[in-house]
Design a protein around this ligand. Structure first.
Ligand code: ADP
Ligand code: MG
Length: 566
């Protein structure tokens, strides 16, 4: 009783298919990722349903995906022994767009072929992505638990229609055969397939099998060739490192994994591996490299965290997962709350992603705090490499500003090494001192020899010396530390407050009167160059120095902006 019917795709599917087939696809190989991940989902579903109905396994309980090809017929087949599809399920699931993600995606299409091609390239289109490489797809399936005469064959050329027919099928699960287009024949090659599987599906926990081939020497001067042995071999690792328990992973394995994802030749400085449960569930495996990359200060540089959704690779450098100031962090986030076909645009808007970013940020900060508190040598290595970029966080990450401020280290007028924290400084503050004093300059020597430090040196007050380009900008976002205001010694009339004794105050007031004629003449002479000319008590040896208005930009910041062309 073979029944056959021809049905039309839902209008949106037809539109999507047209786009898939007519767009220059930037990344055709993702079709394999999509089909393998569907096969893996189907196995997960079977495993779940079989919890209550073990009979569904029939006599075949070893779940797996197989990828094979027939060179002569120019076909590629992906088959699984998962849950399978009933005839109605094939009609419903392979003829409509059920997923909200795809519908959102469709809404974003502009009609402009070039833009759309780019968008679609970043986006998985699930099952329909098979039509990137195939001009005909045949799906044969039998749902677990149904009798063998209730199999289904679904086929389509990816135009407006598809056909469904009853078939007899012994094997449970689904096999999807792609009749490859002329330009996609390079997938009829075991090496090519393995490399794509390696790239995208290595961490699928299910074994992905291919026909095993062996080299056979040629006889009678004939060249040798690869021949199939008739066995299957697993071509992926079949177990993602981050899905394993921490105690089962050696440091060596972590390091190897790090090297593989970072292309770094050195082991990482620190790592963190956690499974986060709760409203948003994800696993994070994050590394801090030992050395900063050359282009670390390029804020547009690719971020280092890869996104997986349920162990399926989605994208490299998922910027939305990490704040920009932590762009040096490498690793993997594997989420179970995101759709597989999430695009970069959707990532930016996702609440789950926001929660993941916050969680990852906290983790990385704890990792750094742990070094700061317990491994001071490691921490100073870290700080020498990444301290400057960390400071960007003061401006970028309000929520963690205080945590970040605690991690900062500076040189000071009493310490040449970049090792003084705000807390250290506070602990050494003089009786009556009510501000943390700092100076910014291009170099350490420039900061140390600044005439603005004279009065502080005379009074034995420590001043933090800040020489990173980012300091001036970053310090704009930090008005105080632990209740003590930060005060630039290069700004306005430094008020030494209680640190100034009565005689000094009186001398300062008298100086204003005594030098008034001189000051007026200087003001007149400098009227286009200086806003004000004042007598000061801040100088000890130097006759004069330049300062900035209290609310003004410092000279260093002004120079930096000028260099940046602003
Ligand atoms: P998604 O995987 O996001 O649901 P797809 O377009 O990749 O979207 O697949 C559409 C649907 O087709 C799936 O939800 C599933 O119901 C069905 N399907 C696809 N491949 C298989 C398969 N190998 N076995 C069983 N069902 C499948
Ligand atoms: Mg899918």
């Amino acid at each position: 009783s073979t029944q056959k019917q021809t049905l039309s795709f839902q209008a949106e599917v037809a539109q999507l298919l047209k786009l898939v087939t007519h767009s220059l696809y930037s990344n055709p190989e993702i079709f394999l990722r999509e089909l393998v991940s569907n096969a893996s989902d189907a196995c997960d579903k079977l495993r779940f349903e079989a919890l209550d109905a073990p009979g569904l396994y029939e006599s075949d309980a070893e779940l797996r995906v197989r990828v094979s090809f027939d060179k002569a017929a120019a076909t590629l087949t992906i088959s699984d022994n998962g849950i399978g599809l009933s005839q109605q399920e094939a009609i419903d699931n392979l003829g409509t767009i059920a997923k909200s993600g795809t519908r959102d995606f469709m809404a974003k299409l502009s009609g402009d072929q070039k833009n759309d091609a780019q968008l679609i390239g970043q986006f998985g289109v699930g099952f329909y992505s098979g039509f990137i490489v195939a001009d005909r797809i045949v799906v044969e399936s039998r749902r677990a638990g149904l009798p063998t005469d209730q199999g289904v064959r679904w086929s389509s050329e990816g135009t407006g229609e598809f056909e469904v027919a009853d078939i007899e099928r012994d094997q449970r699960g689904t096999s999807i055969t792609l009749h490859l287009k002329e330009e996609a024949q390079d997938y009829l090659n075991a090496w090519k397939l393995k490399s794509v599987i390696n790239k995208y599906s290595d961490h699928i926990s299910l074994p992905i099998e291919m026909s095993k081939e062996e080299w056979k020497e040629g006889e009678n001067d004939q060249p040798g060739e690869m021949v199939e042995t008739g066995e299957w071999e697993t071509v992926n690792q079949a177990a993602a490192l981050w899905t394993r328990a921490r105690k089962d992973i050696t440091e060596e394995q972590y390091n190897e994994f790090y090297k593989q994802i970072s292309y770094d030749s050195e082991p990482p400085l620190a790592s963190t591996h956690n499974r986060v449960e709760g409203a948003t569930e994800y696993t994070q495996l994050l590394f801090i490299p030992a050395k900063a990359p050359m282009d670390m200060f390029n804020r547009d540089k690719a971020a280092g965290v890869k996104l997986y959704v349920k162990r399926v690779f989605i994208m490299d450098d998922a910027q939305a997962l990490m704040p920009t100031y932590l762009r040096f962090v490498k690793g993997v986030v594997d989420s179970s709350d995101l759709p597989l076909n999430v695009s970069r645009e959707l990532l930016q808007e996702s609440r789950a992603v926001k929660a993941i970013r916050e969680g990852c940020t906290k983790r990385v900060l704890s990792m750094i705090e742990d070094m700061a508190n317990n491994q001071s040598e490691k921490f100073s290595d870290f700080y020498a490499e990444f301290g400057a970029v960390l400071k960007e966080g003061l401006g970028e990450d309000n929520a963690n500003r205080e945590r970040l401020a605690k991690l900062l280290r500076f040189a000071s007028s009493t310490s040449d090494t970049v090792s003084v924290s705000f807390a250290d400084y506070k602990a050494r503050m003089k009786e009556g001192q009510d501000a943390i004093y700092y100076i910014t300059a291009d170099t350490l020597a420039g900061a140390k020899n600044s005439p603005q430090l004279e009065i502080f040196r005379k009074k034995g007050i420590e001043v933090l010396l800040m020489t990173d380009r980012v300091d001036e900008w970053a310090l704009n976002f930090l008005n105080e530390f632990d209740g003590t205001p930060l005060q630039s010694v290069a700004k306005g009339a430094v008020d030494l407050g209680k640190l100034q004794d009565e005689d000094e105050k009186k001398a300062a007031e008298e100086a204003q009167i005594e030098f008034k004629p001189t000051l007026d003449r200087l003001k007149e002479a400098l009227k286009d160059k200086a806003q004000d000319v004042r007598a000061t008590t801040r100088l000890v040896d130097s006759p004069a120095c330049l300062v900035v208005q209290d609310d003004g930009m410092s000279t260093q910041l002004a120079r930096m902006l000028k260099q940046a062309g602003q």
